[in-house]
Design a binder for this molecule. Structure first.
Ligand SMILES: [Zn+2]
Length: 352
């Protein structure tokens, strides 16, 4: 199903750049700006089994996007400046914001030098447990378990299942199945227990994943002092907020913010919802982020920023720079808004 969806999206993007239809849509759907969403920025890794590859782009692709925006004369601005332009209705110039989720060290090592080259500010949303070195990057752990194993056992829906992971195709199918199962578990504790069991059985050092990939507090301090860098919050545990009781969801927002502010010694006023889709962030979470005092909060719902987005500052959509579509020809399609408009059934605002 994921592969099918991926192929449909690819075909849609290709149709736009082959026909040029995105040029016709630009005045209607380009909005006043956009918020670009990235995770990892790093050179391509070896190995055929990379089910999380949508979460990483090569440095050259990021450079191409930066050059494309500069060529179009689009301002690259901070989230504070986005907030100012939206609230003051200053739409004289189109803008783009760069945002990076989770706080990966490659953001410092590969993205920062490129952002400097283009004098482009950006925001990194930090999950405080990730910086603490105790975070659960279960999707990476799952990839490592399946990469290594020839079969995986798990109790799915109360039924003990043995899942074949002996071939590349079987590994991809197993990843989809186990990923969906883990994400649908009722609580963060259930998720931690099940991925913990899989890692223990297949000898994957789960604790090492977090420290290998994420910046520590000691690394975040100097990083946050970089003139182009803004730090936002991304909860404590990287949980699905919509699945938590209200008090827990509020605590995830405010305690992560306090912890980050304590380290970086700057106010943290921007937030990103973990997972950020409809299942993880809806009306209640948008209201909680607002009452927690965040000036903006970003989802992973696809879309451009419109003047009307000023009414939905804690439900902002983003445009994903998806690692599975690293073709420079799609850049004008992404900045035209045509791709996200297609996704939204040609609605401009999707914040309910
Ligand atoms: Zn995240």
């Amino acid at each position: 199903m994921k592969q099918l969806r991926s192929n449909v999206i690819r075909a849609g993007l290709e149709a736009f750049y082959l026909t040029g239809a995105h040029h016709l849509l630009r005045p209607i759907f380009a909005g006043v700006g956009s918020i670009l969403m990235l995770h990892h920025v790093r050179p391509r890794r070896d190995g055929a089994f990379q089910p999380n590859s949508h979460l990483e782009v090569r440095p050259e692709f990021l450079r191409a996007m930066l050059a494309h925006l500069r060529a179009l004369g689009i301002d690259i601005v901070t989230m504070d400046e986005l907030h100012r332009r939206l609230t003051e209705r200053d739409f004289a110039r189109r803008f783009a914001c760069f945002t990076f989720d989770d706080g990966y060290r490659d953001n410092r090592d590969f993205a920062l030098p490129l952002m400097r080259e283009f004098d482009a500010p950006f925001t990194v949303y930090v999950a405080s447990d990730f910086a603490q070195g105790t975070g659960n990057l279960w999707w990476v752990a799952l990839e490592m378990v399946i990469a290594k194993a020839s079969s995986v056992e798990a109790e799915i829906g109360g039924v003990a299942s043995r899942i074949d992971t002996s071939t590349l195709a079987a590994k991809h199918a197993a990843f989809t199945r186990l990923h969906d199962w883990l994400r649908a578990l009722p609580s963060q504790n259930d998720l931690s227990r099940e991925i913990g069991r899989l890692c223990a059985r297949h000898d994957i050092d789960q604790a090492a994943i977090c420290t290998a990939l994420c910046m520590s507090w000691d690394e975040l301090k100097p990083f946050a002092n970089e003139p182009l860098v803004g730090i936002g919050a991304h909860t404590i545990t990287h949980c699905n907020l919509a699945a938590q009781p209200s008090e827990t969801a509020s605590e995830e927002m405010s305690a992560s913010r306090a912890r980050i502010e304590n380290t970086v010694q700057h106010p943290v006023v921007h937030f990103a919802y973990p997972y950020g889709d409809r299942l993880a962030a809806g009306r209640r979470e948008f209201a909680l982020a607002k009452s927690a005092g965040f000036k903006t909060a970003v989802t992973t719902r696809p879309g451009m920023v419109f003047a009307e987005s000023a009414e939905h500052l804690t439900a902002l959509p983003r445009v994903s720079l998806n690692g599975n579509y690293q073709d420079e020809r799609i850049l004008p399609v992404l900045t035209s808004g045509a791709a996200t408009a297609m996704w939204n059934g040609f609605r401009r605002i999707n914040a309910a």
